[in-house]
Design a protein around this ligand. Structure first.
Ligand code: ZN
Length: 302
């Protein structure tokens, strides 16, 4: 029997059909319906029908959401997609016949994918940060994903490190997410455009999107102002990681999400900046997530 993974992001829903060996055989993306749980579940049902060629029953339907999930598979809060207190697992079970329906936090799914298929294989104590629209964070404890003492997961991206700082989507101020997400880099790129400075501004005025990728590309190409902005970004990110190292002392720190596309240009800076900022003066290996864009879809069904 087939399994289906759905990775619900702030902008798109990525879906994938997996065979018995959990190999991805078909995938597709559609726009995320916002603030409408019924529309979201109807779309999941429709995609399941279409992508599976009308299968009547599935081994597993796995769904990841960008927010917190309770132990019954209900969404506690996913502000990115405008959903709060939604019994998502039950709503999917009423639409699709499957041996198992799983609903989990997207960062946890990405971490599960690394644990089973990627760079966290065999790691006993690890940490993964997903730097995308938001900042997700997951902890590997004793070889397993740590679900929290009350099974609500962990929200490392909402650790507050900047008192009175920018307002976060969670309602608090100064969260790591406001400083270390791809959205934070996008705000820096927009600032460069407002100030009409450097390569970011000149490329954006020629039609390029002033987003995280543009800022990173300009920094990589040696533009001084983009490099200055990226140094500032990696300084804050290194502070955040060093704080987690002081709490967890992980063997491996994995960086995933869109920003990790910068590869060693980002990781080498962290490898230099993080160790001296920790209490220990050292830290575990810092690696890039290896499951790539399909991490959410794969991790959803594990
Ligand atoms: Zn927050």
């Amino acid at each position: 029997m087939l399994s289906l993974g759905f990775d619900i992001g702030g902008t798109t829903v990525k879906a994938g059909v997996l065979d018995e060996e959990l190999k991805l055989i078909v995938k597709e993306s559609r726009e995320t319906p916002k603030q409408d749980a019924e529309a979201l579940c109807d779309m999941i049902k429709q995609m399941a029908d279409e992508l599976s060629g009308g299968a009547k029953e599935f081994r597993c339907i796995g769904v990841t959401v960008p927010g917190s999930v309770d132990k019954d598979g209900g969404i506690i809060d996913a502000w990115n997609i405008g959903l709060r207190n939604v019994p998502l697992k039950r709503m999917i079970e009423s639409r699709i016949k499957a041996e198992r329906v799983i609903v989990k936090n997207d960062a946890d799914a990405a971490c599960d994918a690394e644990l089973h298929f990627g760079v966290l294989r065999g790691v006993k104590y690890g940490l993964m940060l997903t730097l995308g629209t938001g900042v997700g964070g997951s902890i590997i404890f004793d070889g397993k994903l740590f679900h929290g003492g009350r099974e609500q997961g962990t929200e490392l991206g909402h650790a507050m490190i900047n008192r009175g700082g920018d307002l976060c989507g969670c309602g608090h101020r100064g969260c790591i997410e406001t400083l270390c997400s791809a959205s934070a880099l996008k705000r820096l790129a927009q600032k460069a455009c407002e100030e009409k400075r450097g390569m970011i501004w000149s490329l954006a005025s020629n039609g390029a999107d002033p987003d995280a990728k543009l800022l990173i590309d300009c920094a990589m190409q040696g533009d001084e102002y983009a490099q200055e902005l990226f140094e500032g970004y990696t300084d804050v990110l290194a502070d955040a990681i060093a704080s987690f190292v002081n709490i967890l002392d992980p063997e491996v720190i994995v960086i995933g999400g869109g920003v990790s596309g910068a590869g060693d240009f980002l990781l080498d800076k962290l490898r230099v900046k993080v160790p001296p900022r920790t209490f220990f003066g050292s830290c575990g290996r810092i690696l890039k997530a290896s499951a790539g864009n399909d991490a959410g879809v794969l991790g959803a069904v594990i």
